[in-house]
Design a binder for this molecule. Structure first.
Ligand code: HEC
Ligand code: HEC
Ligand SMILES: [Cu+2]
Length: 511
């Protein structure tokens, strides 16, 4: 008896201490901050109460019968077999209950999957070990990685108590920002391995699969910060690629969009830097982007991630190393897309002169910029972009040869189209059609131009965002490359005329 009391007291104490240690953890599902997450919660409660009702009813009757009709009271079991009425009843009632539960469940599922009529789309790509976000409507594009403080504290032997780090492993350098009260459609994919995007407050999670597109949507009512994680299991560092979503009211969101677009225009700082500066900044770029695989001391993980210390590449020709890091190779990500020229110069200089290496040279941001795939093309020719009013005078554009158009088009394609239609034009059917063999690309050139000028569904309108020359180049490129050989071309001057006829850029702020 005493033993039982002690056990009970112990259990209660344990429950109390757990309760206080994990004060955030409650017994039930969380309600979340969207209509769908609340519907999921309500569905869960409804089904739970149905189960409790059935459980209490069935077990209650059973226990009552067993107790009150027991043998010691003189009861005798009835002996009957195959009672058709009973069998029909116990088939029909559960069927009705199941159908009754399936109706609200299907309703919620359909609502969860209905990505139509969204106000904006965001493409989410999982990488080892960070998230990439592309706002398909306004072109904002960035990578979101584990924040510095968590990253330092998580290193083996860091000596930092994780409890002193705010939002340990749940904080990022650049959060995903979304407007409140808007239907946001997400398309998920991955660049290397499986990942899984989960923010509990939104009420769902989605797998991000290489070469495959998954969809989901959300609409957040309340401005606020909502945190989540990659919930993929297999792989080394999924626990270190958290997700932070900040929902802002429309005016704040618009201000954020403007600032992000302005910042993106600034691009890399190409001014020359001293060796000491390159090294100092390079150490930080390395800690943030490279140390997860190559380890903080550069020793790597034999068999998976080669050591930087003593690496033939890090100690060999500096331009070859720069190209290697820009383009990546197998599991080594292509950093040309992720880091700016100055950051690349810093980290390359750092790997050559630290982590046990001592080559004694350096590379400057402008030298890196020259190696990067041309993203600056649209900027140089920005003057040519059709005036927004569609009436103002235009600067005439020069005709180009087919070779020139193809060469320029290749770069324009890489920076504007490949993220959806893929580098070789194979697309990601069914969401992003292949351009290789596309009837539209091989058909009437005017129909193709019209689609790219005006966009359609998830295909952005490029009429206002590409210069006439870049536009003509990319159209010519898609018709004569990527496995297509129509053998025609369009001149920038023809595009310029069409751009002038476009209505002024739609202003999709509805304030
Ligand atoms: C996701 C893991 C990962 C990350 C992050 C990563 N690398 Fe690598 N790295 C690799 C792999 C895998 C290889 C081997 C590639 C091969 O040769 O197939 C490699 C190879 C290298 C090499 C050549 C080593 C040799 O001698 O073969 C260098 C130099 C290098 N990485 C530098 C960097 C730098 C600088 C960064 C950060 C900007 C970085 N890596 C980030 C995985 C990674
Ligand atoms: C955000 C993703 C995205 C980007 C970036 C993008 N597209 Fe598209 N594209 C689409 C989608 C989605 C469709 C299908 C539109 C539809 O039919 O509803 C499409 C359709 C097309 C088609 C018609 C293909 C067919 O056979 O139906 C062409 C041609 C095309 N895009 C060219 C381009 C070019 C050139 C660029 C770069 C200047 C580009 N796209 C950039 C998403 C994209
Ligand atoms: Cu992951």
């Amino acid at each position: 008896m005493n033993k039982t009391k002690q056990l009970f007291a112990g259990l209660i104490l344990l429950a109390l201490s757990l309760e206080s240690a994990y004060a955030d953890y409650t017994l039930n599902l969380m309600k979340g901050v969207t209509k769908v997450s609340n519907d999921v919660y309500d569905l869960h409660m409804l089904i739970l109460w149905i189960c409790i009702f059935i459980g209490v009813g069935v077990f209650g009757t059973m226990f009552y019968s067993i107790y009150h009709h027991r043998k010691s009271k003189g009861h005798k079991a009835a002996q009957f077999h195959e009672n058709t009425t009973v069998e029909i009843i116990w088939t029909i009632i559960p069927t009705l209950i199941l159908v009754g539960m399936a109706i609200p469940a299907t309703k919620t599922l359909l609502e969860l999957e209905d990505v139509q009529n969204s106000d904006m789309s965001i493409k989410v790509t999982g990488w080892q070990w960070k998230w990439e976000y592309e706002y398909l409507d306004n072109g904002i594009h960035f990578f979101s990685s584990l924040d510095e403080a968590s990253n330092k504290a998580r290193q083996v032997g860091s000596g930092i108590d994780p409890r002193t780090v705010p939002h340990y492993l749940l904080n990022v350098d650049k959060p995903l920002v979304i407007p409140t009260k808007k239907k946001i459609r997400f398309v998920f994919t991955a660049a290397d391995v499986l990942h899984s995007w989960w923010v509990p407050d939104l009420g769902w999670k989605k797998d991000a699969i290489p070469g495959f597109i998954n969809e989901a949507w959300t609409s957040v009512e309340q401005a606020g910060t909502y945190r989540g994680q990659c919930t993929e299991l297999c792989g080394k560092d999924h626990g270190f690629m958290p997700i932070v979503v900040i929902a802002m009211d429309q005016p704040d969101y618009d201000a954020w969009v403007k600032k992000s677009l302005d910042d993106a225009k600034k691009g890399a700082d190409l001014s020359a830097q001293s060796h000491a500066q390159l090294m100092e900044e390079g150490a930080e770029v390395y800690a943030k982007n490279c140390s997860t695989c190559h380890l903080p001391d550069g020793k790597g993980v034999p068999g998976a991630f080669p050591a930087i210390s003593g690496s033939a590449i890090a100690m060999g020709d500096i331009n070859a190393q720069a190209k290697f890091i820009i383009n990546g190779k197998a599991a080594m990500p292509a950093f040309g897309k992720m880091l700016k020229a100055d950051e690349l110069a810093q980290v390359i200089t750092y790997t050559r002169n630290a982590l046990g290496n001592n080559v004694g040279d350096e590379i400057q941001p402008d030298a890196i910029q020259a190696l990067l795939p041309s993203k600056s093309a649209p900027k140089e020719t920005a003057k040519e972009i059709a005036p927004k009013t569609g009436t103002a005078e235009q600067i005439p554009v020069a005709d180009k040869t087919k070779e020139e158009l193809n060469a320029l088009g290749k770069a324009v394609y890489a920076s504007n189209c490949a993220s959806c239609h893929q580098a070789e034009g194979q697309g990601m059917p069914p969401m992003f059609p292949a351009l290789t063999g596309s009837a539209l690309v091989k058909g009437d050139i005017n129909a193709q131009i019209d689609l790219i000028l005006k966009g359609k569904g998830m295909m952005p309108a490029f009429g206002h965002s590409l210069s006439a020359t870049d536009f003509a180049a990319v159209v010519t490129f898609t018709r004569n490359n990527l496995g297509n050989s129509v053998n025609d071309l369009i001149q920038p001057s023809a595009i310029q005329k069409l751009q002038a006829e476009l209505p002024a850029e739609a202003n999709d702020d509805d304030d």
